[in-house]
Design a protein around this ligand. Structure first.
Ligand SMILES: CC(C)(COP(=O)(O)OP(=O)(O)OC[C@H]1O[C@@H](n2cnc3c(N)ncnc32)[C@H](O)[C@@H]1OP(=O)(O)O)[C@@H](O)C(=O)NCCC(=O)NCCS
Length: 152
């Protein structure tokens, strides 16, 4: 039977454009999942958080908590399920869970120009820093990383 690591990897392998090198491999995700503070959430194609055996998983997030701060490390909706609000729903759930568990501040880092930026800003994240030339694309060009934070 498929477990949540399989489900995450199915989305991961489709969702991240290879030229940016943002996707993690199975081992990296597996290692993260056993570390204290790591959290993840799934969303089904119908927008439900709890996945039943025959559900199609449309997206996931993976994050890490340290004390009262949480960093969103990975966030993705599979291409077949985009632009129908699932990203909004998953991000909203991530933020609501963090808030209800007492987190004070959320962080994430994104490559400059990623359309996901619209989504993060819509949920209250604020750009707080830029690391020049942080990402190297497969054609050798460089992209800045933009750090975002949200005070809860
Ligand atoms: C970013 C991502 C999660 C959005 O998922 P989604 O389910 O399509 O999101 P939604 O349908 O809820 O749309 C969320 C908002 O994001 C913005 N957005 C998403 N895709 C966009 C695109 N291709 N162009 C412009 N804006 C876009 C829009 O503002 C949209 O809101 P709107 O539809 O109300 O205008 C998805 O495109 C993805 O997985 N991308 C690849 C992985 C990635 O880059 N993750 C973020 C890493 S930091």
């Amino acid at each position: 039977m498929m477990d949540d690591l399989d489900r995450i990897m199915l989305v991961m392998d489709e969702a991240f454009a290879p030229e940016y090198g943002e996707a993690w491999n199975r081992r990296q995700v597996g290692d993260a999942l056993v570390m204290p503070g790591t959290r993840y959430g799934l969303i089904t194609a119908e927008g439900r958080p709890n996945v039943r055996r025959d559900d199609t998983v449309a997206g996931f997030y993976l994050s890490r908590r340290i004390l009262d701060e949480e960093e969103l490390l990975l966030f993705a909706i599979a291409p077949a399920f985009r632009r129908r609000g699932l990203g909004h729903a998953l991000l909203q759930r991530f933020i609501a869970d963090a808030r209800s568990d007492g987190m004070q501040r959320l962080f994430l880092e994104m490559r400059a120009g990623n359309p996901a930026g619209h989504l993060y800003l819509a949920h209250g994240f604020v750009p707080v820093g830029r690391r020049p030339n942080y990402y190297r694309t497969s054609d050798g060009s460089r992209l800045d990383a933009i750090s975002h934070a949200l005070d809860l």
